[in-house]
Design a protein. Sequence first.
Length: 334
Amino acid sequence: MSGAGTVCSLQTALPTVTVVVPVLNEEHSLRQLVSELQAGVAPHAAGLQIVLVDDGSADGSWGIICELAQQQHQQHAALSGIRLRRNFGKAAALTAGMQVATGSLILMLDADLQDDPSEFHSMLQKMQSGYDVVNGWKQRRLDPWHKVYPSRVFNWLVGWMTGLRLHDHNCGLKLFRREVAEEIHIYGELHRFIPVLAHSRGFRVTEVAVHHRPRQFGVSKYGVRRFLRGLLDLLTVTFLTGFRRRPLHAIGGAGLLLLGIGTLGLAYLAIVWLLIRTGVLPTGSIGSRPLLAYSVAAVLLGGQILSLGLLAELIVAFTGRSEETYSVRERTDS
């Protein structure tokens, strides 16, 4: 991430698995986390690269990251630390970590020790069945009820609106191929929608039940606002995955409906006016009828919506030329 912060990198051999961990005020858990990663991931990988991204921590997290990097260097292991200049958010931290990832597989998890690194083996086995993304499912979630039940509603909404039905889109434990990280782009808080974004590109997505552990150190970084932001992000993802290359289809239906209703209303009033002028109907005026105002408003609003959709189509046509609209799974040559 150019200009985002300072890089403390001590790497040796090329790993086949890169673990990306966003860190925000987790000084008490980092040493145990690295130890568990080495015990839970390294035995099942040809090489292991650990990338700890300090997302603007206010405690001693960065000092511990550099200390761990020095220790791993002496042991000929690969551990990198990236320190962002301020708190840019989890998506930015994950992006910074994925940009320096060298493994063919990328494992992301949180630094609070609630995600169990030993689950990597079962996730890897699932991926070897032909999947590109394996999402963790906290089947027995050790969180307060006011987080569990809204999360279930949110997961149901995500499945209903995107077509990808997973039990736990919010799980921070995810394993995916390097190609996924290269094709999808996350910002804001879209990190929770990595499976959805990958699914929209044609990657094969599944989930496995994982062990969820109680928090040992620190406090949760999420509050009630997280769910409100999540609903807004869901609308964004639904639009990006379904109508990114055809924005007119997203709003054109509403525009046509309003335009049609308004046109029918005006046509009806025109017929009434003609009948009044010819004496078929009693003398009267259509100018005082509410239907006239509603019909004119519907025509104007429908026309504006269609105009916005056409402008969006022009923008996509001229700015999206360099962006691939497809994803290649594999090739064969003669």
